[in-house]
Write a protein that binds this ligand. Structure first.
Ligand code: AMP
Length: 564
C-alpha cells in the first residue's frame, strides 16, 4: 500500500521486505569505487543534454529530436504526469514498441520519479495482470494503432480487473479517447522553466537506492520475476558499456530489438545518451531497420541472434561500411559471422553477454580475434565479480571447466522483487546471483574471458524473447484434453530457437489451433505459444523420475533436421 507522508511524499510501506537492498558494505564500496552515482537518472540525462543541446539525441522513422528538444519535452511530460496526481515511486506499466513516443514516455516518467514497469506490447493479461498486481501498478501506458490488437481496450480491461490502476495513457493516438490521456498532450501548457522546477523538486526527494525501473526476468520457475533496478547503478551500467566500446558524441547507435528490454534501455537508450551520442531507434524488421540505419549513418549496432541471418544477407551491405562496431549477442557466434562485421581494421566485431538482472560481459576493444569469436569478453565494471560454480553447489571450478556462471557487483541485483522463496535458491550464501547459464573461463594472453557454453535454466530463447518452460507447461495442462506437457527449444535458423511442446493426450490429439485458442483464452502472449506439437503416449523420464528433457531436445533437433 502506498501512503502519503507528512511532506506529501509517497512512501511504499509494503516494499519493505519485498525489495532486497544491497548489503551496506557493498553499497559503500560501490560508491567509493565510483560505480554508483548519487544523482537520479533523469538528472543524468539532463546534464548530458545541457552539454550537447544541439546534437541529435534520437532518430526514428517517425521523427527526430535534439537533446535540448528531448530534455524540454520530457520535463513538460513529467510536469503533466505530476499534475495528473501521479506520485514518486508509482509504478507505470509500459506496453510500447520502438518509437519516439516510447523515449518520451520513459524519460518523462523517470523525471517525475515514476517507475516504468518494462513489460512488452506483446504481453497479454496472463503476464500484465501478474506483474501489475505484484508491483501495484498505478498507471498503464499503451500504444495505439496496432490493427491486430486493441491495446487501449486491453488497458481498460486491465484497470477494471484490479483496484490500483488509476490512469491510462496512450502513445500514438490521433485524438483523445474517452477514459485515457494522450502522452503527447501532457505538459503542453507548462512553461519550460516551471516544468524544470517541478522536475528538480521531485529529484531532490529521490534516494539513489530508489527503484528506477522494474524489468522482467525470463525466469526459471512458473511466473515471471520482477527485477528492481535502482538509480545508483542503472545509468552507470549503461555509461560503462558505452565507454567500454569507445563511444562518444559522434557515435550513432542503432537498436533493432525491443527498446524497453533491459538490453534496449541499457545498451541502446541510456548508453548512447550517457555519452551524448545519437540513438537510431529502428524496429525488428531488418529491411526497414537497415533503411533507417543507412539514412541516419549508424556507426554502432547491437545485433541480437534473431538478426544474425540478416547480417549474413546482402541487404546488410549498405550499412556495413559506416559501421565502426557491431556487437553480437544472444547465441554462439560463428567465425563466418564475425568475419562479416570485423575486418581487423576499421570494422570491429565483438560480443555481449547481458541480462536484466545485471552483469554485462563485453569484448574489450583490444581483444585478439580468438577472444572476439570464442568468448563474450570480460565484465564491464572494475568491481564486478564472476565465479564459475559446480552447478547446485558453492564450489568453484577451475578455469577451462564448465560450470554455472555466478556473479556479484555494482549493478547486479541482490534479490528479485517480492520473491523471498525464489531468492533463497537464486543467490549463493555470499550474494552471488546464479545466472542459470553455463560458462567457462578461457585464458588468452593472460586475460580471463567468459565463454558461454549453454544453460541449466529451463527456458526457450526465441530470438531474444525468453519463454519459461515451466510457466507454459502449467498453462498447457490446464486444458482438459492434455494430461502431461513438456516444452523444449527446437532449433530455428532465423530465431535460434522456437518452442515445441511434447504432449500426452487425455483422449484424442488436439490441433495446434486448438492449443492456441486455449492459450488465447488464458491471455498468454503469442510469442510463448508452441510452434510445433509432438504427441507421445508418455513423457520420457530419467532414473530419478524427472522428465528427460535432454532426450526430447535431441529428438526434436533430429526431426527438424530431417524436415529440412
Ligand atoms: P535477458 O534478461 O532477457 O536479457 O536475458 C538474459 C539471458 O540471455 C542470459 O541469462 C542468457 O541466458 C542469455 N544470453 C544473453 N547474452 C547471451 C550470449 N551472448 N550468449 C548466450 N546467451 C546469452
Amino acid at each position: 500500500m502506498t501512503t502519503i507522508d507528512a511532506r506529501g511524499q509517497t512512501t511504499y510501506d509494503d516494499w519493505d521486505g519485498r525489495l532486497i537492498p544491497y548489503p551496506p558494505d557493498r553499497a559503500r564500496r560501490h560508491r567509493e569505487t565510483g560505480s554508483w552515482s548519487a544523482d537520479p537518472t533523469g538528472r543524468r540525462f539532463h546534464d548530458v543534454a545541457t552539454r550537447h543541446p544541439d546534437r541529435p539525441a534520437v532518430i526514428t522513422a517517425e521523427g527526430s529530436m535534439t537533446y535540448a528538444e528531448l530534455d524540454r519535452r520530457t520535463d513538460a511530460i513529467a510536469a503533466g504526469l505530476i499534475d495528473l496526481g501521479l506520485r514518486r515511486l508509482d509504478p507505470v506499466v509500459f506496453q510500447l514498441t520502438n518509437r519516439l513516443g516510447t523515449v518520451l514516455a520513459w524519460y518523462g516518467c523517470l523525471k517525475a520519479g515514476l517507475v516504468p514497469v518494462a513489460t512488452l506490447a506483446a504481453h497479454r493479461m496472463h503476464e500484465i495482470g501478474h506483474v501489475s498486481r505484484t508491483v501495484g501498478a498505478v498507471a498503464h501506458i499503451v500504444e495505439v494503432g496496432d490493427p491486430s490488437f486493441d491495446l487501449l481496450r486491453f488497458a481498460h480491461e486491465h484497470a477494471a480487473g484490479g483496484d490500483t490502476v488509476r490512469h491510462i495513457l496512450t502513445v500514438g493516438a490521433p485524438s483523445a479517447e474517452p477514459g485515457s490521456i494522450r502522452l503527447e498532450d501532457l505538459g503542453l501548457d507548462v512553461d519550460a522553466s516551471a516544468a524544470r522546477g517541478f522536475v528538480e523538486a521531485i529529484e531532490r526527494d529521490i534516494d539513489p537506492q530508489d527503484v528506477v525501473a522494474f524489468q522482467l526476468s525470463g525466469g526459471t520457475t512458473g511466473v515471471p520475476k520482477v527485477i528492481p533496478r535502482i538509480h545508483a547503478e542503472y545509468w552507470n551500467n549503461a555509461e560503462m558499456y558505452a565507454r567500454w566500446l569507445g563511444w562518444d558524441e559522434t557515435s550513432r547507435v542503432a537498436h533493432l530489438i525491443p527498446i524497453i528490454h533491459n538490453a534496449g534501455i541499457v545498451c541502446g537508450l541510456h548508453a548512447s545518451h550517457s555519452v551524448g551520442a545519437c540513438l537510431v531507434l529502428a524496429t525488428a524488421d531488418a529491411a526497414s531497420a537497415f533503411d533507417l540505419m543507412e539514412r541516419a549513418g549508424a556507426t554502432e549496432v547491437l545485433i541480437g541472434h534473431g538478426h544474425y541471418q540478416a547480417v549474413m544477407d546482402p541487404g546488410f551491405d549498405r550499412v556495413r561500411d559506416r559501421l565502426r562496431r557491431v556487437i553480437l549477442s544472444g547465441a554462439k557466434v560463428s567465425a563466418e559471422l564475425m568475419a562479416r562485421v570485423d575486418d581487423g581494421e576499421s570494422h570491429w566485431g565483438g560480443q555481449l553477454f547481458g541480462m536484466s538482472e545485471g552483469m554485462f560481459a563485453v569484448t574489450p576493444l583490444d581483444a585478439p580475434l580468438r577472444a572476439r569469436v570464442e568468448t563474450v569478453g570480460t565484465p564491464v565494471a572494475p568491481d564486478d565479480e564472476v565465479r564459475i560454480l559446480e552447478p547446485g553447489t558453492e564450489t568453484e571450478v577451475s578455469d577451462g571447466v564448465v560450470g554455472e556462471l555466478c556473479c556479484r557487483g555494482p549493478y547486479t541485483i541482490s534479490g528479485y522483487f517480492d520473491a523471498a522463496e525464489h531468492n533463497r535458491s537464486a543467490f549463493t550464501a555470499d550474494g552471488f546471483y546464479r545466472t542459470g547459464d553455463l560458462a567457462t573461463i578461457v585464458v588468452i594472453d593472460d586475460v580471463r574471458y567468459v565463454s558461454i557454453e549453454g544453460r541449466i535454466k529451463d527456458l526457450i530463447n526465441r530470438g531474444g524473447e525468453k519463454i519459461n518452460a515451466e510457466e507454459l507447461e502449467f498453462l498447457l495442462v490446464e486444458h482438459p484434453g492434455i494430461d502431461d506437457a513438456a516444452v523444449v527449444a527446437m532449433p530455428d535458423p532465423r530465431l535460434g530457437e522456437k518452442t515445441c511442446a511434447y504432449l500426452v493426450a487425455a483422449q484424442g490429439e488436439l490441433s495446434l489451433a486448438e492449443i492456441r485458442e486455449h492459450l488465447t483464452r488464458l491471455g498468454v502472449a503469442k510469442f510463448k505459444w508452441p510452434e510445433r506439437l509432438e504427441w507421445v503416449p508418455a513423457l520420457p523420464r530419467t532414473t530419478v523420475n524427472k522428465i528427460d528433457k535432454k532426450s526430447l531436445r535431441a529428438d526434436i533437433a533430429d526431426k527438424v533436421l530431417a524436415d529440412r
